[in-house]
Design a protein around this ligand. Sequence first.
Ligand code: AOF
Ligand code: ZN
Length: 368
Amino acid sequence: MSEPEIDAHYMARALHLARRGLYTTDPNPRVGCVLVRGDVIVGEGWHARSGGPHAEVGALEAAGDAGAGATAYVTLEPCCHHGRTPPCTDALLNAGIARVVMATRDPNPAVAGQGQRALEAAGVGVLVGVLEADAEALNVGFFRRMRRQRPYLRSKIAASLDGRTALANGDSQWITGAAARADVQRLRARSSAILTGVGTILADDPSLNVRAAELAEAHQPLRVIADSSLRTPVDARTLGLEGGVMIMTISGDVSAHRQLADAGADIQVVAACATDARRVDLDALLVRLAEREINEVLVEAGAGLNGALLRAGLIDELIVYIAGSVLGDTARGMFDMPGLANLSARPEFTLADVRKVGTDLRVTYTRA
Ligand code: AOF
Ligand code: ZN
């Protein structure tokens, strides 16, 4: 193998390790590290939980004295700051690491190239950009939050073959099968927050939590309810569940605030939308979520909120599960939006992935 092939090989292993933190590192990034001396892996580590050791520290501990002279493959630039844990650059230098290969620089302003410079200043050879796209994709929300102070927004919709999500009377239970629902459990578990509208809370009283047995280790996402006039019932099912509930509102109704706060909700007043003063401004909502270290948001909502997000251009990724059933033209669609005057105004997405999930089809689109 050529040197670039060797570097890609070990970085792929580091990425594999990083993915072990998919459901648990939030709000921290998923990071993996492999230490290689000669052609032998002498240590491996990954970040498991916020506040716990960084990937590099885990790998160095596993390697012990064998770390001296090794090459470190890390999926993210090593940190050089005192955060919840001490700087990894110091740990790498103290262990005598000779070379560091990183997939990407860390967009965190506390690091942002300084980790690389600290290593180079100490005479360590540094290479940046090996499997960079894969490393960014694994932490798409963390990168978005660091760079643009917004989370990454993914909307999941279950639909019939004819693109309908519920009957006209609102009945929407079990359009898709068990495998698709299990897949949604994994989407929830990797998300920092689930965003829904008060309409969905009132109609379905969903839990919006993670409860699959195979995800017992996963963190519970925060549930966020867009609720302009504070109509969320104090006995809504999701309110009592681990992970917490945040209600985003423009209402100043003091007694409704107090009742919902007593029921355990964190009430956040955000700006009203400039084009519709009766609703919360969705970009302001996302800014508020980023301030709370929310990286990935999963939208599980009806056509009202999905339509508003679509019209505001805020949907980064759309995952549609399509069942082999037909609900007909009187059933509800995916997005409330005014009729288009011409086709050139249509929102567009790029097809990113297609696969069969149990008896259903899963189609993933990203923002065009
Ligand atoms: C991680 N895991 O393996 C690496 C990280 O304050 P802390 O200790 O939680 O540090 C979080 C920051 O450290 C994180 O935002 C990222 O910039 C950097 N690197 N973080 O959680 C890791 N290597
Ligand atoms: Zn670190």
